[in-house]
Design a protein around this ligand. Structure first.
Ligand SMILES: Nc1nc2c(ncn2[C@@H]2O[C@H](COP(=O)(O)OP(=O)(O)OP(=O)(O)O)[C@@H](O)[C@H]2O)c(=O)[nH]1
Ligand SMILES: [Mg+2]
Length: 348
């Protein structure tokens, strides 16, 4: 065995034993996508799937980090260990927002039952989603009971990251501008729990009303969509075939999305949020949807990774000049984009 292999084996063992320094080291390697990180992830994988994943997303400045901090503290008082992954695609790794998150969350530092990791954008957003899944899995293997994943609900990739959770909390706050604009329908659609934070500010009831109206407009039923959502979706579980339209959704699928008010800064309303997470978890469990979600999650991740890998391989086989030549021909109206793709794939 080489020294590197021995190192990796020890590192994996230490992570499984909950060693924080090993955890931090491995996560750094995962972020850097080192070859030994791939080995470690594969070996840790059988030890994952136990943590309960909660996504927290919403517009910038709504109070996601403050709420995550408050939820983590409340979970700790219920004797649960907590991993936190804060994804901040807009800031460079050493940027202010990441530091800000650390400062705001520092009343949790020193507690060995909490582990916080901030991640910034490295490379493409697709890459960030994959890396986030890997980091979450490392924390899962390390034995944290709950993993909170904070993302800014600004783009598709962030929404995809939030979607990897079992329970997704979408957060809004009064005074964020037009309430209907503040949360795009796409983000609202993934909400299992809606939180209106900054309930100490004027306009809370307007925000609550706007959200309730949007929910009633067509998001009342949250169904697992088996068709059209993911690239790979051949054998949907039998019991769900009648579920493609909300009207047909059987009773077990119904989850009334609660709208909760919090003042995260003062830790007010947090117990109700945790109770709602617990209720949603029980609902997923009893309805069998927990297993469905896990399966969908893995399928979606598989599809995304496959897309990235195929694209990477295809592009690697072509020179930049070949790609540029195709773009030139599109600009000259000689070929349309679909033809350009066909030519690239067929290796013209
Ligand atoms: N008045 C009031 N302010 C709050 C509350 N919760 C958070 N804030 C403040 O709102 C600001 C933004 O809070 P953050 O927790 O950083 O919000 P965020 O959504 O994580 O922000 P980004 O990660 O930058 O998108 C901070 O100045 C908080 O102190 C609250 O309940 N009431
Ligand atoms: Mg934040």
């Amino acid at each position: 065995m080489t020294r590197r292999n021995t190192d990796t084996t020890t590192l994996i063992q230490n992570v499984l034993n909950g060693d924080r320094r090993a955890l931090a080291r491995l996560i750094t390697r995962v972020e850097n996508r080192t070859p030994d990180a791939q080995t470690a992830l594969a070996q840790l994988y059988p030890h994952t799937g136990r943590a309960y994943l909660v996504g927290v997303t919403g517009a910038p400045g709504t109070g996601k980090s403050t709420l995550v901090n408050a939820i983590a503290r409340a979970l700790r008082s219920r004797d649960q260990t907590v991993g936190i992954v804060a994804v901040d695609p807009t800031s460079p790794f050493s940027g202010g927002a990441v530091l800000g998150d650390r400062i705001r969350m520092n009343d949790l530092t020193g507690d060995r039952g909490v582990f916080i990791r901030s991640m910034a954008n490295r490379g493409s957003l697709g890459g960030l989603a994959a890396t986030t899944s890997d980091v979450v899995r490392v924390m899962d293997a390390a034995g944290f009971d709950v993993i909170l994943i904070e993302t800014v609900g600004a783009g598709q990739s962030e929404v995809d990251i939030a979607r990897t959770a079992y329970t997704t909390i979408v957060i809004d706050a009064p005074g964020m501008g037009d309430d209907v604009q503040a949360i795009k329908a796409g983000i609202l659609e993934i909400a299992d729990i809606l939180v209106v934070n900054k309930a100490d500010r004027p306009g809370v009831q307007n925000t609550v009303r706007a959200l309730r109206a949007m929910l009633e407009l067509g998001h009342r039923f949250r169904t697992i969509r088996h068709h059209g959502e993911f690239m790979i979706q051949q054998d949907a579980p039998q019991q769900d075939t009648a579920q493609d339209t909300a009207q047909d959704a059987p009773e077990y699928d119904f989850w009334p999305v609660p709208i909760l008010e919090t003042i995260a800064l003062e830790h007010q309303g947090i117990d109700a949020v945790i109770d709602a997470i617990e209720q949603h978890r029980a609902h997923l469990h009893e309805s069998g949807m927990l297993a469905d979600r896990e399966r969908l999650r893995l399928e979606a991740e598989f599809a995304a990774r496959l897309r990235d890998e195929l694209l990477r391989r295809l592009i690697a086989e072509r020179t930049p000049a070949e790609v540029a030549a195709l773009v030139d021909r599109m600009v000259a109206r000689e070929i349309d984009p679909a033809q350009a793709v066909a030519l690239l794939v067929e290796g013209e």
